[in-house]
Design a binder for this molecule. Structure first.
Ligand code: MFK
Length: 558
């Protein structure tokens, strides 16, 4: 018999995900878990079965832009791949956005929705992007007080009927700045009938096939900066499917997320409706950013999980030097490190999901809301960076096969790389977390208290070292900020990433410790303990009290 290498296989991605099931068992009341579990098991079956096969078959398909029809008419039609068309239908039917707004299970509805998203995401080539923005738009609109827009658009965004379901874009990025949104140059002008029209160039608009988009523009005469921008809703096409005052100049040729039709757009009199006031657009769109950052965190955890699931299965099917890779201590040790990072990301992202659900259900007090404001960028930046590292290791775990496109494995790395870039890069979010901590000492104090509370319950002696590491790292963030703030703005800014990453990893470790204790007691399972101990080994406290920004500038000099 010639040698034949079995490819990696996936089973039911819900049934096989011990960490997710254990988390849900601890978090959801038994009655809620019983009600939502069938939907998760079905999604898990699809994600490891039909959807995964469709994803592999769809590998070479990409979105297509047709700018002109045969008779010289500008049409700017965007067609997405077959997998994406199927994903759109499925997302509507399974309520990937709707679940959060129907609120059948009150605050727990967000946990249900994001558990579905976590299972759906790795098999649908970042269809989570339009869903994230749609969710963010629904959140902004429902709290906007703009009744006509709420009535017209929100039922579409939260529909379970694929024929009615609309997705929303989030057009923010311009040539002048992806991060510095206040530098936007798009202008809003009233036409003769008094309606708003937008003129400008949007440089990087994800999921450009959406039916509506939230975007920022500067009403003529407004001052520069974020305050001078206003938030608008654009309906992208007329009833015949023609673009409304919008030209799609080209689709972006990106490293990853290649199924996402990301476009450069020219707005040339695009009709738009003001969502709230004529100023403070950045502040008005911020709730959308917080929702999409949540999706980013859950997507990061989900892609990490997929990398580990494939690498773990492959390790059982691949032999080298006389035995299966899974039996090799060093290979097992490497994969265990990835599993610990994935479990940490799961707990961290879902912690923010839980707070969001409680906020929306009116169960969060002011201190909780301020804690969530700080936790959101921490979750996004910590999980986004970790996802890139885990994906790179997962690719390597396949040896040369992981570097070959038709295994489907390289996709993991390419798609993970975006998670630390869009919706705010690691550095921009680190600065956001730093600013929030300086502006609201109470938020940072709540976070430190949360780490202490979570670790206090971790009584098992084997968790003592872990709990101490989490508490000391959180306390170090606090003392570094107190010692540095007001002394040297450059030292403060240069240390923002180490400060934020330390807070993010300290919170993740505290959450792992709390879950490990519960799992030891309730499930008689020591794997949560192993995850916490292993995650701690990867380093938590990254702060350097001696760091001098002059060193960085010296290193960067010619
Ligand atoms: C897989 C799942 C993910 C899928 C989604 C993918 C789609 C990809 C689409 C995109 O990538 S869209 C582009 C995303 N772009 C960004 O995320 C921009 C990153 N830059 C920032 O976040 C900057 O920090 C920011 C633009 C907000 C800075 O702008 P400014 O003009 O200097 O604003 P400033 O002064 O910091 O904040 C203005 C107001 O908003 C302040 O409130 P006040 O007016 O009351 O003082 C802030 O407190 C408030 N604010 C800012 N960020 C907030 C916020 N409030 C709540 N939450 C936030 N996150």
């Amino acid at each position: 018999m010639p040698f034949r290498q079995e490819p990696p296989r996936l089973g039911n991605q819900y049934e096989e995900d011990r960490a997710l099931r254990s988390y849900l068992k601890r978090t959801l009341p038994p009655g809620v878990l019983r009600e939502v579990e069938p939907s998760l098991a079905e999604m898990g079956e699809l994600a490891g079965g039909g959807l995964y096969r469709a994803q592999l078959e769809d590998r070479l398909n990409e979105p297509r832009l047709t700018q002109w029809d045969a008779w010289g008419e500008r049409v700017d039609r965007i067609e997405v791949s077959p997998l994406w068309r199927a994903a759109g239908r499925l997302a509507a039917e399974r309520g990937l956005v709707a679940t959060a707004y129907e609120r059948r299970h009150g605050a727990h509805s967000r946990v249900h929705q994001f558990a579905l998203a976590y299972l759906f995401t790795p098999s649908t080539d970042i269809y989570s992007c339009p869903l994230a923005m749609t969710d963010g738009a629904a959140r902004v609109l429902t709290t906007s007080g703009n009744e006509p827009l709420i009535e017209k658009v929100v039922p579409r965004l939260v529909s379970r009927d694929p024929e009615k379901f609309w997705t929303s874009g989030q057009w923010m990025t311009e040539l002048t700045g992806g991060s510095d949104v206040g530098a936007s140059e798009t202008v809003a002008r009233r036409d003769d009938g008094g309606a708003w029209r937008l003129y400008g160039r949007k440089w990087f608009t994800s999921a450009a096939a959406s039916q509506v988009a939230l975007t920022l523009a500067r009403p003529e005469g407004n001052p520069p900066g974020g305050r001078g921008l206003a938030l608008f809703l654009v309906e992208t096409r007329d009833a015949a499917g023609r673009p409304r005052g919008i030209r799609v100049e080209r689709l972006k040729d990106k490293l990853g997320t290649r199924k996402v039709p990301t476009a450069e757009l020219t707005l040339d009199g695009a009709p738009a409706e003001l969502v709230k006031g004529t100023t403070d657009g950045v502040r008005d769109i911020a709730p959308m950013l917080n929702v999409t950052r949540l999706w980013n965190g859950v997507s990061a955890a989900a892609l990490m999980r997929r990398g580990v699931a494939l690498a773990r299965d492959y390790a059982r099917r691949r032999s080298a030097f006389g035995s299966a890779l899974a039996e090799k201590p060093l290979h097992a040790d490497t994969l265990a490190g990835l599993q610990a990072e994935a479990e940490a990301a799961l707990h961290l992202a879902f912690y923010a999901v839980e707070l969001t659900g409680r906020e929306e259900a009116g169960e969060l007090d002011d201190a909780g809301a301020r804690l969530l404001r700080l936790v959101t960028p921490l979750v996004k930046l910590t999980t986004g960076r970790a996802a890139v590292g885990v994906a790179s290791e997962a690719v390597e775990a396949f040896g040369g096969a992981g570097y070959v496109e038709d295994t489907g494995v390289p996709l993991l790395l390419r798609d993970s790389q975006v998670l630390s870039i869009w919706e705010g890069t690691t550095n921009v979010l680190s600065l956001d977390a730093l600013r929030t901590s300086l502006k609201d000492e109470g938020a940072l104090a709540s976070l430190k208290a949360e780490v202490e509370r979570l670790t206090r319950g971790a009584r098992d002696v084997r968790l003592a070292r872990v709990a101490r590491a989490a508490r000391e790292a959180a306390a170090h963030s606090w003392s570094w900020l107190a010692a540095t703030a007001g002394k040297s703005p450059a030292t403060l800014e240069a240390g923002a990433r180490r400060f934020s990453m330390t807070l993010g990893r300290a919170l993740a470790l505290a959450l792992l410790a709390r879950h490990a204790q519960w799992s030891l007691e309730e499930e008689r399972d020591a794997r949560g303990l192993a995850a916490a101990r292993r995650f701690a080994l990867g380093g938590v406290d990254l702060i350097d009290d001696e760091a001098d920004p002059a060193d960085a500038f010296a290193l960067m000099a010619d």
